[in-house]
Design a protein around this ligand. Structure first.
Ligand SMILES: *Cc1c(COP(=O)(O)O)cnc(C)c1O
Length: 387
């Protein structure tokens, strides 16, 4: 189907999808297959070996490219696999400007892998365009950012940041995992590369790990394809099938994630045992106006500061019933976690608190259950510990 003109709700279901030519089967088959028959030496029908290309993967790549309004898409075996591939573009001596609150795994690959390969990184407050620009050097080749950020949901001005990168001849790459293409399309705002962890909302069911890179630049896409083949961090066909199954319902899931998150954020905002709520959909959030401009809704992630100790917050996250105590995010089920001893435990306490990640901060990935059940669950858990 030529569906470039269709809306995202239609493209999420149909882009990259066509009934099987031989059987008419509607769904993309799981091409569990490593090698392909050639008609003559070197003459193949598009596929030689599944690390290089696999038809199930191709369908997913086309589907994801369509969602991000991108010309090209490439899939990887995890979000970290796609981030690694962007770093593969750089050379020893290059410099990267990035956020001081980037995803933990991103911080780890930057500092614990690529600093050893003589890449240099500056970690700055990305909500401040002047700070971004001031961090640029002669050798800056990449601006890497996330918005909304994890867990405080800070909002970065994508258009403004991309413009700074362009001015300095650097690439602008955006990790769009939290927003998803349903809420935010960074390539339309001037970014060169979009990176995804498919593990989160795009897969959507907490049953698969994957990554993707999207771009409009044919040369970048060719490099990404080269690294898929040369490095080998590609997903198997079953993983691709699961993500394709997930993207079909992305728009309906995201609508419910956003509605539920808004309901919970507003309820928490009025709660006497809650000091502060971080959700860009609340007018009190410092990034609210910017988010309203560059996003179509405010997403399903939020966090809040309990008026209590680290131990009391630990008790709250351990005593919910509908919310599961777990890291990760973006699945249909609601998850709850405490950044201080869990996702952000690697940051020294003083530095963590300085960054606003207090001891009693609680992060939730709001699922698509009934919002009243979610609120009642949080209410009971907070009540049991703080009253
Ligand atoms: C989870 C996540 C990643 C890493 O993705 P994996 O699929 O776990 O490798 C990268 N960025 C963000 C924002 C994430 O949430």
């Amino acid at each position: 189907m030529d569906d470039d003109h269709h809306r995202i709700e239609t493209r999420s279901i149909h882009a990259g999808q066509r009934p099987d030519e031989d059987t008419g089967a509607l769904m993309t088959p799981i091409h569990a297959n490593s090698t392909y028959e050639q008609d003559a030496p070197g003459e193949h029908r598009g596929y030689e070996y599944s690390r290089t290309g696999n038809p199930t993967r191709t369908d997913l790549e086309e589907n994801l490219a369509s969602l991000e309004n991108a010309d090209y898409g490439r899939c990887f075996s995890s979000g970290m696999g796609s981030i690694n591939t962007v770093l593969n573009l750089l050379e020893a001596g290059d410099h990267v400007v990035t956020g001081n609150d980037v995803y933990g795994g991103t911080h780890r690959i930057f500092t614990q892998v690529y600093e050893d390969y003589e890449l240099e990184f500056s970690f700055v407050d990305m909500t401040d365009l002047e700070a971004i620009e001031a961090a640029f050097r002669e050798n800056t080749e990449l601006l890497w950012l996330e918005t909304p950020t994890n867990p405080l949901m800070s909002i970065v001005d994508v258009e403004g940041a991309a413009e700074i990168a362009r001015k300095h001849d650097a690439l602008c790459a955006i990790d769009n995992t939290f927003a998803t293409p349903y809420l935010q399309r960074p390539l339309d705002l001037g970014a060169d590369i979009v990176s995804h962890s498919l593990t989160k909302y795009l897969g959507g069911h907490s049953d698969v790990v994957g990554g993707a890179l999207l771009t409009n630049d044919p040369d970048l896409d060719e490099r990404f394809g080269f690294y898929q083949n040369a490095v080998g961090a590609t997903p198997g066909p079953f993983e691709c099938f699961l993500v394709l199954r997930g993207t079909k319902t992305l728009p309906v899931r995201m609508d419910r994630h956003c509605g539920n998150a808004r309901g919970i954020a507003e309820w928490l905002d009025d709660h006497r045992d809650v000091d502060r709520v971080y959700y860009p959909g609340l007018e009190s959030h410092p990034g609210h106006e910017l988010a309203a401009e560059q996003m179509d809704d405010f997403g399903g992630m939020l966090c809040f500061e309990l008026d209590g100790s680290l131990e009391q917050a630990s008790e709250v996250v351990s005593s919910t019933d509908v919310f599961t105590l777990a890291e990760s995010l973006g699945g249909v089920e609601s998850l709850i976690e405490q950044p201080a001893p869990m996702t952000h435990a690697a940051i020294p306490r003083e530095e963590r608190i300085e960054a606003g990640l207090t001891d009693s901060l609680i992060r939730v990935s709001v699922g698509i259950e009934h919002v009243d059940d979610l609120i009642a669950d949080l209410d009971a858990a907070i009540d049991a510990v703080l009253s």
